[in-house]
Write a protein that binds this ligand. Sequence first.
Ligand SMILES: NC(=O)c1ccc[n+]([C@@H]2O[C@H](COP(=O)([O-])OP(=O)(O)OC[C@H]3O[C@@H](n4cnc5c(N)ncnc54)[C@H](OP(=O)(O)O)[C@@H]3O)[C@@H](O)[C@H]2O)c1
Length: 245
Amino acid sequence: MPERETIWVIGASDGIGAALAQEWSNRGARLILSARTYDRLEALATGLGPEHVPLALDVSDRSSIDAAAAKIAKIGALDRIVHLAAIYDPGKIADLDAERAAQIVTTNLTGSFHIAQVGPKLLKDGGQLALCGSVAGYIGLPQGQIYSATKAGVINLAESLRAELSGQIDVRLINPGFVDTRLTQRNDFRMPAMVTPQRAARAIIDELCSKRFEVHFPRRLTWALKLLSALPYWAAMPLTNRLTK
Ligand SMILES: NC(=O)c1ccc[n+]([C@@H]2O[C@H](COP(=O)([O-])OP(=O)(O)OC[C@H]3O[C@@H](n4cnc5c(N)ncnc54)[C@H](OP(=O)(O)O)[C@@H]3O)[C@@H](O)[C@H]2O)c1
């Protein structure tokens, strides 16, 4: 990192976001750390150093994002925004609580839309805005709805934003495989190729410094799922059906 970057990490209080904050701080960045839980952000910022700023917000609430954006605009133009905030409930469609499902959509998909609208104005020319999808968004698999549908939506949103902001903002898409966080600790099925948040953070930072639009890891899992999603339905569906058994 040639000169000190200012980076806004949204979803920084836990999991991949907290590990990203630690790794970016090690590499010399100045961080603005956001999530809903201020105490955790403050503890993280204090542990990382006095230059880091805890800033609570709720991405499901546009007024909360606008208020945070007004504070960030006073700090100065950002080099990068990495938006990771999301919630997840495991389970089958028939078992989902409808109100909770709506909350997951509002947080994961509408929240990403809010950041896609608000974020570019906070960035330097050519600055980077990364949204977080998931391999769960590549193809519909049993379990994990409605989360997986929101992640398919975020992938689509990032693709559109990349085209719309071409030449102005460097839009990126992060699609992790399984990472060992509180989010996946609720799963009761076997998760292949699981990585630690620290390993995920290093992979994300290294790839965000490359030219590739999509950050995806670990490759042995992501390429297999990409292949599955590229198959015609007549070939893919017997394979996905087997996962319900
Ligand atoms: N773990 C995996 O295997 C995996 C795989 C694929 C994709 N991902 C994606 O990676 C990202 C990070 O996931 P993770 O595993 O690190 O999850 P996590 O440990 O649960 O962390 C999620 C973060 O989002 C914040 N957050 C949740 N709702 C929010 C809201 N309404 N407003 C603001 N912040 C909010 C949480 O903090 P508060 O609760 O304090 O708000 C927390 O900091 C997510 O987008 C997830 O979908 C994860």
